[in-house]
Design a protein around this ligand. Sequence first.
Ligand code: F6R
Length: 240
Amino acid sequence: MRIRVFDSPHDAGIYVAALAERVIVQRPQPVLGLATGRTPIPFYEALVRLHQCGLDLSNVIAINLDEYIGLPPDHEQSYACFMKRHLFSRTNIAPENIHIPNGVASDLAQECARYDAIVRRCPIDFQILGIGVNGHIGFNEPDDLLLTKTHVVDLRPETVQSNAALFERVEDVPKQAITVGMQAILQAEEIVLMAFGQKKAHIIAETVLGEIRTEVPASVLQLHKNVTVVLDKEAARDLF
Ligand code: F6R
């Protein structure tokens, strides 16, 4: 794992956007694996600025990690809406190249299978990850087993609590999500894990320095050959 520490999330976002740009200009049809939440926002802002300066994203295929169960794509707090707000409506990524699990599918098992087929067809070149305070990546929560395929997951109480920041009331946070499994993430050619703020310092140290444990899902990233961990100083505090 390469560790890169920046003064601010803003600077980190510029760095990660430059990594993404390299992949986008090199590949005829670059596949970006994308995350939501607070962490990737500076990256999306920097990518939008690169686009405004001429970076063409029309060939990019975007594959999001996860979506809340029960929120339709036009719901303010859905991840589909988040992505539209922060990236898709501000760049020229083609609508037909955008993939996000459907959290209101009538048959969720079928939706998981549909999404796995997309990931098989379009293996990810460049995967962006945030990390939960409990070590989840995507919504692969700590458990006895880590699932390989796209699946429906019960969010852990600490995840619901942490995600409540983006909702008016904690009761409004969905308790379930649909997430890609560990296989889609680990098969990505290149992975960038981002974390900012002192709340993430402990789990980042566990992820980077600890043993590989299903109780810390992000720790399996130690086995991947091309991972960059991008931090601000607060998140890196327990590493050195
Ligand atoms: C969301 C996702 C999650 C978040 C994680 C951190 O698509 O994949 O793993 O990255 O919950 O969320 P923030 O960035 O809000 O702390």
